[in-house]
Design a protein around this ligand. Structure first.
Ligand code: KG4
Ligand code: ZN
Length: 339
């Protein structure tokens, strides 16, 4: 089954052809990072206009690299939610038009579920597993029961983790996008130069929520308060200490969720899953089977959209051409028997 997946929820204009929900035949990601760099953040109006200019070229390249014509496809899919509404509309409308003109099934995809599907593109991973989805928009710890079913165990009560990386980087002028800039800078810094406070969350027995506004404020406005004796307030030291504090918040909650649910398989996804400290700290936990998608599949991409869409098409669950976009999705917390 050959499916074309289109992703345009934020600043990545991406398209990919995936065979049988797993084998990536092409994966084109046109990043708008240089266009947003001078604003140190994604400007929605620029993003949607750029998607409009780029989308047909990106799709043509994805089909070309796979050696296929539109008529060879068995389905066309696009991200429908959550994301920037104007940007989502470009990809979704393009996908609908292509599907309709070729008489192919169309699937409107949930971006969060697609990120959690990304590791399946490498090799099959058995369900259930514990998913950690960390990006500019999300910080989610979930029990992933199937490609289309997750139970959100915890999420952020304020900023997403990637957003905190981006804001701290923007404040100090470390570079854009912030997560990558801080990660690189941190390699030469002392992670103990600043000892930032941990968030005081409600201590409910089964709370896996995280919070980043306190850490962000500490790292930006109250920095000196947390400096270790003798430590230098250098960019590398700030970056290393912030990176460690930000990732440790995630790790603590994630490992608690693993202990409480008994899940031994852990899968990370989203842009922050590219973080080298997160990868090494989690990789060291040999008691778990930890899977990180390759870096190319951590950020936004069309392959995860095409891959998960194939699963829906296999089940005959396709979307109508009246499917719309949504900026947000409700994160239902279904109670499980363990809670
Ligand atoms: O998944 P993604 O490409 O887009 C969405 O937000 O959906 O994630 C982008 C986020 C940004 O906040 C970026 O700063 C962060 O991922 N990021 C990182 C790293 N690379 C990208 N954060 C920490 N460490 C990294 N190496
Ligand atoms: Zn994403």
């Amino acid at each position: 089954m050959l499916v074309l997946g289109i992703e345009s929820s934020c600043d990545e204009c991406a398209a990919s052809v995936v065979a049988d929900g797993r084998r990536i035949l092409s994966d084109i990601v046109a990043s708008q990072i240089p266009l947003h760099e001078k604003y140190q953040g994604v400007v929605p109006e620029i993003a949607s206009r750029t998607h409009l200019e780029w989308i047909s070229g990106v799709v043509r390249q994805a089909l070309g690299q796979a050696g296929l014509a539109p008529s060879d496809l068995d389905g066309v899919a696009a991200t429908a939610r959550p994301g920037l509404v104007g940007s989502l509309l470009v990809g979704l409308s393009f996908a609908k038009g292509l599907a309709w003109s070729q008489g192919k099934p169309f699937v409107a995809v949930n971006h969060i579920l697609a990120h959690l599907y990304a590791p399946q593109l490498e090799r099959e991973l058995e369900y259930p597993f514990l998913g950690l989805l960390v990006s500019g928009g999300h910080s989610i710890i979930a029990r992933v029961e199937d490609f289309d079913r997750i139970e959100v165990l915890g999420t952020t009560i304020d900023d997403a983790v990637g957003e905190a990386f981006d804001k701290v980087s923007k404040h100090y002028g470390f570079g854009y996008p912030g997560g990558l800039a801080i990660d690189r800078l941190a390699e030469n810094g002392d992670p103990c130069a600043f000892r930032f406070p941990k968030p005081q969350l409600n201590k409910g027995e089964h709370s896996y929520d995280v919070s980043y506004s306190g850490l962000k404020t500490a790292a930006i406005r109250q920095l000196e308060q947390y400096r270790s004796p003798g430590a230098e307030a250098s960019p590398a030291n700030i970056a290393a200490s912030f990176r460690k504090a930000a990732v440790d918040i995630l790790l603590e909650r994630l490992l608690k969720a693993a202990a409480d649910t008994g899940l031994r398989r852990i899968v990370a996804g989203g842009g922050v899953a590219a973080n080298s400290y997160l990868r090494s700290a989690l990789g060291e936990r040999t008691e778990f089977e930890v899977r990180f998608p390759p870096l190319s599949l951590c950020g936004d991409n069309g392959a995860m959209i095409a891959g998960i869409a194939a699963r829906y098409i296999e089940r005959g669950e396709t979307s109508g051409l009246d499917a719309g976009v949504a900026a947000r999705v409700p994160l239902y917390r279904r109670l499980s028997t363990a809670h």
